[in-house]
Design a protein around this ligand. Structure first.
Ligand SMILES: Nc1ncnc2c1ncn2[C@@H]1O[C@H](COP(=O)(O)OP(=O)(O)OP(=O)(O)O)[C@@H](O)[C@H]1O
Length: 232
């Protein structure tokens, strides 16, 4: 599903160059649930942003579902991202002028041919999955951080995309809600979706198919927690 070849990302500023990712080679299989772990500043979000085509690599290539997205022009990458990925950002990025329901409906309006009634039905069903049906008509600034996070998760699932990229999706949740979201992701992976989840939760990182430890911009260690996944 995902192949990274000699992937590097260098940030340049007045202080000089900083290698956020250094020569990463990695494959992630279809239907695999992968946790990305590592200290703050190690390069986890950078990796996720590159996988989403939000940022572009300094060197190397990124192939997703057979498409070399690192060579896509900007207009193609935006379309690809809308259709093929569901993203949960660290800071949610919900639109403040839309209700939770409208936020979840939004991705379907960009990339899927569904009637408004069907879009609404699907969005309500996703809000129910994350236990937010009762807040469907609230605006983001009138719900809690954890509720915003769950809404962002529902929105990421709206397009039924094959690849889910989630940056600390349980970071703002109490243990019960976090467990619920983790199970939701587990079920999606069992249905064939590929999930890459940045997490600081050591319990979750041991209950996925594989954990990737990012250290100083390198994937320095890999723990297989499920033998069926095979070798990289
Ligand atoms: N736009 C940028 N310009 C310069 N440096 C950057 C930029 N974005 C990230 N960095 C640096 O790259 C490194 C990796 O950042 P990244 O956000 O990927 O870390 P992270 O592992 O996700 O951290 P956290 O767990 O705190 O979210 C950090 O040292 C960060 O300061």
């Amino acid at each position: 599903m995902i192949q990274l070849q000699n992937l590097s990302k260098v940030y340049s500023n007045d202080a000089g160059q900083f290698w956020a990712l250094k020569d990463v080679n990695l494959s992630i299989h279809k239907g695999e649930f992968v946790a990305v772990i590592g200290k703050s500043g190690s390069g986890k979000s950078t990796l996720l942003h590159l996988l989403a085509g939000i940022d572009s690599p300094t060197n190397g290539s990124i192939t997703v579902g057979g498409k070399k997205i690192s060579s896509f022009p900007q207009n193609l990458i935006t379309k690809w991202r809308c259709r093929e990925t569901g993203i949960v950002f660290q800071s949610f990025f919900l639109l403040q002028t839309l209700t939770l329901l409208e936020n979840v409906m939004l991705p379907m309006e960009f990339s899927r041919f569904l009637t408004r009634r069907k879009r609404k039905e699907r969005a309500l069903s996703l809000l129910k999955d994350v236990d937010l049906l009762h807040k469907a008509n609230h605006f983001p600034d009138s719900v809690s951080g954890g509720e915003q996070q769950r809404c962002a998760i529902a929105r990421a699932l709206a397009n039924d995309a094959p690849l889910i990229l989630a940056d600390e999706p349980t970071g703002n949740l109490d243990s019960e809600n976090a467990e619920h979201i983790f199970s939701l992701f587990k079920n999606l992976a069992a249905q064939g979706k590929t999930i890459v989840m940045v997490t600081h939760d050591t319990d979750f990182s041991q209950r996925v198919d594989r954990s990737l430890l990012v250290k100083d911009g390198q994937i320095s260690d890999i723990y297989f927690t499920n033998e069926k996944v095979g070798q990289i």
